[in-house]
Design a protein around this ligand. Structure first.
Ligand SMILES: *[C@@H]1O[C@H](CO)[C@@H](O)[C@H](O)[C@H]1NC(C)=O
Ligand SMILES: *[C@@H]1O[C@H](CO)[C@@H](O)[C@H](O)[C@H]1NC(C)=O
Ligand SMILES: *[C@@H]1O[C@H](CO)[C@@H](O)[C@H](O)[C@H]1NC(C)=O
Ligand SMILES: *[C@@H]1O[C@H](CO)[C@@H](O)[C@H](O)[C@H]1NC(C)=O
Ligand SMILES: *[C@@H]1O[C@H](CO)[C@@H](O)[C@H](O)[C@H]1NC(C)=O
Ligand SMILES: *[C@@H]1O[C@H](CO)[C@@H](O)[C@H](O)[C@H]1NC(C)=O
Length: 886
């Protein structure tokens, strides 16, 4: 399903029917009227080129041959050439176009600029290469053939209708798996090699247009700086509902394919009735809430009544005209391709075409008589209705208000068409079928949700995936891994068979090789409910206060009021920013998920109850791979943050250590509290986000995470940590500021450890002086902190316990990462002890010569005679970062 012309025309567009205000005689206005003349001529020629290219493109799509391909390529290049030349002329003749007074002219030139620059982005040879590349990918997709499950030598199955039918109807897990694998392998794998060059080309074109990459280039059409964020926001609002439906469907599928399910909560991608698991209506019969009640699959009815593809289009046309909208012109009925021909290859993907001449509009669809296709018919007819409504705009404005609008028109009408009420009205549901009871409504709403709600994450992730590729977040070596990461994360599905980087599963979805932006379908799914709600209110068919008129059973059939409200918005084309068109149609000027939630409210309530009953917790686990790569990214991010924090606290510690004063002490304490909080937050985040990090496969990652989660004292509650830090500072401060009195001059009491005492210990040979200094120092520095130290040990052990260690000693030892470290050190010591003892004995003998009377028979050396002062700083345990000089 696609708005075909968007893709083709994006390289050109512009058109006639200007009705500009009259001109005053200033120079600028002279130039503005020249510009109008230029544009009128440009529009004429551009429309002609557009027609030629569309025509060649149609001939190719409805008859894939080398000859038609060649012509298509040629016409498209001719058009590019024309656009390039025209753009060159514009840049020369209308240098001041951005300052024109007429806002329509300014907007027109702005839109032409993109087409013109795109056409000029690449030299002709390269442009040809790019088009060839696009063509190659599309052709692989459109002509791929796969082998049958029953007979692997029979290899003439195409996607449409063969594989589609299998995915839809088969309940044989092996067959589904085979079809899934065949398609993904036969299409994705050969396309893979072309994708990176395609990405480079696309980015080059975007950059020439002053966009950062091709993703940003696509987003320009939404005319909002924050569109990506708005979309993520919308999805977050809708996700809880999606997860409820996912949980319910999973439980039901487990009944059918029990052995395919594991504890991770993911659904295997091949079991959802669709090759891409993008909409799930084909497994309705497996999940129907009330099987004994009516379901609105009218496929059988349509067949019984002899519906043909043509008849389906007529039914749709009649709906549009009943609203007072424009009927399909005769050319449409004459030229469209509504069924798959069996004498040639065609691009079956349904599409609606605008031939840029205000009278030729066509649909190409390999229509099959089913309910699903009846909806698709309305969808495509919606595109043509849009074309018809804005056909009198200049060509440049003959586009949807934004791409999502174009997709939403037909769907909006289909929301009425598919109601049991309407199906009864047109004779596809038996008159006697009860439709107003609760259970039938739930059946109906679930069938709608299987199509619309199941689609949401898919509609979002296709472009999210490509944004990530275009902007370089994802390397070519990770193309497939990233695809499945998003599929798991957003859709909650997983591949049915092992995948690798040989594969390119995204390439097995049409819009990826065909270079069609996809976000439009997500936007459409949201806004069509806004449109529906507004039109239903207009038609008097919906009343939020009246339970007999729920939104999901509203049918706007024959409401001219609703029709004219819709038409007013459509006729604007893209001449104004989309919020204005939205306002005309709905009174709102932004996207809003409330309408969709309102529509499905009864179902959502029912699902919540049902899942509770089935004990189905909504949601699913992430895969270890995804979590590992997230953990990697988190660590990279963290590294920057932590480096900053670390720098700040080092600066504060330095300031304090080099100038011990109250102010510096305060800053140091504050920062250490702050970094403790930070470490705690990190550790909590890691445990919350990656509860199973210990099971990660990458040992380096596990090691890093382990270090992060061991916090030391930072694990203490804030007030305890404050106490801890204060105790540590007090002890350090006391040590650093302790002074003693001189042995020789009793009044001089300002001797510090360094340099005075150290010097005495090193140089003095006066035993009494040494004894004095030793005793004074130990009494004054050690003595007073004994109580402090006791408290410190308690609190520090408490911290160790919070880190799952028995005591602080065990916590320290942990950083040596060895279970036997204590024993190893002891063993080491035992090896060195004999040597030490030899030195000890020798030194003792020599010292005895100097201080004979200080030695007794115990063989010990009095401590004050050795050239060391026991360094009390070793008591200051806290910092892991500081390496103290011993
Ligand atoms: C561009 O300008 C040249 C010279 O005036 C003219 O011959 C040509 O037709 C113009 N082309 C377009 C596409 O405007
Ligand atoms: C594929 O080929 C087999 C035998 O050649 C034939 O019977 C079958 O109808 C073909 N299927 C399709 C879809 O063309
Ligand atoms: C892109 O930016 C450059 C430099 O600012 C400018 O010269 C050029 O005209 C811009 N191109 C477009 C298409 O806006
Ligand atoms: C921790 O998680 C919270 C909530 O997700 C977040 O706001 C915060 O920035 C995270 N902090 C760090 C350091 O990662
Ligand atoms: C210690 O005090 C004496 C006088 O009491 C003074 O001369 C000397 O400079 C001081 N030494 C230090 C290191 O402050
Ligand atoms: C930690 O303490 C417990 C109980 O006192 C003891 O059983 C255990 O062996 C200790 N663990 C270590 C590593 O010392």
């Amino acid at each position: 399903m696609e708005w075909r012309v968007a893709a083709i025309i994006s390289l050109w567009l512009i058109a006639g029917a200007y009705s500009f205000p009259s001109v005053s005689d200033s120079f600028e206005n002279d130039l503005e009227s020249q510009a109008r003349l230029f544009l009128a001529e440009y529009d004429r020629q551009s429309s002609e080129k557009c027609f030629n290219a569309a025509n060649a493109n149609w001939n190719y799509a409805t008859d894939i041959r080398d000859e038609t391909e060649k012509i298509k390529l040629q016409k498209s290049l001719e058009n590019s050439k024309f656009q390039k030349e025209a753009w060159k002329n514009i840049t020369i003749q209308f240098k001041t176009r951005e300052n024109f007074q007429d806002p329509v002219l300014v907007r027109t030139f702005k839109k032409i600029a993109i087409i013109g620059t795109s056409a000029s982005a690449l030299p002709e040879e390269r442009l040809k290469e790019f088009k060839q590349l696009q063509n190659t990918m599309s052709k692989i997709y459109s002509t791929a053939k796969t082998c049958a499950y029953e007979d692997v030598t029979e290899c003439n199955l195409s996607l449409d209708p063969d594989l589609t039918k299998i995915m839809k109807e088969s309940r044989d897990e092996q067959q589904l798996r085979h079809a899934w694998k065949e398609w993904h392998d036969k299409v994705g794998v050969p396309i893979r090699q072309y994708y990176k060059p395609y990405v480079d080309f696309s980015n080059e074109i975007a950059k020439t247009n002053n966009f950062s990459d091709a993703g940003a280039f696509w987003l320009r059409e939404y005319e909002s700086e924050t569109f990506k964020e708005e979309i993520e926001q919308l999805w977050q609002t809708l996700k809880p509902f999606y997860q409820q439906m996912h949980a319910y469907v999973r439980a039901k599928l487990r009944d059918t394919y029990g052995d395919q399910f594991t504890e991770d909560g993911l659904i295997p991608a091949h079991l959802l009735g669709n090759m891409w698991a993008q909409s799930w209506e084909n497994i309705y019969s497996l999940v129907v809430p009330f099987p004994e009640k009516t379901s609105i699959d009218v496929t059988e009815q349509m067949k019984q009544q002899g519906y043909t593809p043509l008849k389906m289009f007529q039914v749709s046309d009649e709906f549009f005209t009943s609203l007072g909208l424009i009927p399909m012109p005769p050319e449409f009925w004459k030229e469209s391709l509504l069924e798959k021909p069996n004498d040639r290859e065609v691009v079956c993907h349904a599409s609606a075409w605008d031939f840029c001449n205000r009278k030729d509009f066509r649909i190409k669809q390999c229509t099959v008589v089913t309910t699903e296709d009846l909806i698709t018919v309305h969808h495509e007819m919606g595109h043509v209705q849009y074309y018809l409504q804005y056909k009198d705009q200049p060509l440049i404005f003959r586009r949807g208000a934004n791409p999502g609008f174009h997709e939403a028109v037909g769907d909006t009408l289909a929301l009425s068409v598919i109601t049991p009420k309407h199906l009864k009205e047109i004779g596809l549901l038996d008159d006697s079928t009860p439709i107003d009871d609760y259970e039938t409504s739930i059946n109906f709403l679930l069938s709608m949700a299987l199509e619309k709600i199941a689609f949401l994450p898919f509609g979002y992730l296709i472009d999210k995936y490509r944004w990530d590729i275009f902007d370089g977040t994802v390397e070519p070596s990770n193309y497939n891994a990233h695809w499945w990461k998003l599929r798991r994360e957003y859709q909650g599905i997983k591949p049915p068979v092992e995948r690798s980087e040989e594969n390119f599963d995204a390439g097995a979805k049409y819009h990826v090789p065909a270079d069609v932006e996809y976000l439009r379908y997500f936007v459409s799914k949201v806004i069509q409910f806004q449109f529906h709600r507004s039109l239903c209110l207009e038609a008097g068919q919906y009343d939020p206060e009246d339970p007999r008129k729920p939104l999901h059973n509203c049918d706007i059939y024959r409401s001219k009021a609703a029709g004219s409200k819709l038409a007013a918005g459509l006729a604007m084309g893209s001449s104004r920013p989309w919020p204005e068109a939205m306002k005309v149609m709905t009174g709102q000027d932004k996207m809003d998920a409330s309408a969709i939630r309102e529509y499905f409210k009864p179902l959502e309530d029912w699902l919540i109850l049902q899942n509770a009953k089935l004990a189905q917790p909504p949601g699913w686990q992430k895969s270890t791979n995804d979590l590992e790569s997230e953990a990697h990214s988190y660590l990279v991010e963290l590294d920057q943050l932590s480096s900053q924090k670390c720098y700040e606290s080092s600066v504060a510690e330095w300031a304090y250590a080099t100038d011990i004063n109250d102010e510096n002490e305060k800053v140091k304490l504050e920062l250490s509290l702050d970094s403790a909080k930070f470490s705690k937050e990190i550790s909590q985040n890691v445990t919350a986000t990656f509860p199973l990090w210990r099971e990660f496969k990458d040992p380096d990652l596990v090691r890093k995470l382990k270090k992060i989660t061991i916090l030391g004292a930072a694990r203490l509650p804030d007030d305890q940590f404050k106490k801890y830090a204060q105790l540590e500072t007090d002890m350090t401060k006391h040590y650093s500021t302790t002074t003693i009195c001189s042995f020789k001059y009793k009044e001089t009491c300002n001797l510090s450890l360094e340099p005075e005492l150290t010097k005495i210990m090193r140089e003095s040979r006066n035993e009494e002086e040494l004894r004095h200094v030793w005793t004074e120092w130990h009494d004054k520095s050690g003595g007073p902190i004994k109580q402090t130290y006791k408290k410190f040990v308690e609190i520090s052990n408490q911290a160790a316990k919070l880190n799952d260690f028995n005591d602080t000693g065990a916590l320290w030892l942990n950083s040596y990462e060895s279970e036997t470290f204590k024993d190893d050190v002891e063993e080491l010591w035992q090896t060195l002890k004999p040597l030490y003892q030899q030195i000890h004995a020798y030194v003792r003998a020599k010292l005895r010569n100097v201080y004979g009377d200080q030695f007794s028979d115990d063989g010990l050396i009095p401590a004050h005679l050795l050239d060391i002062v026991v360094n009390a700083e070793e008591l200051c345990l806290a910092s892991f970062l500081k390496f103290e000089f011993k």
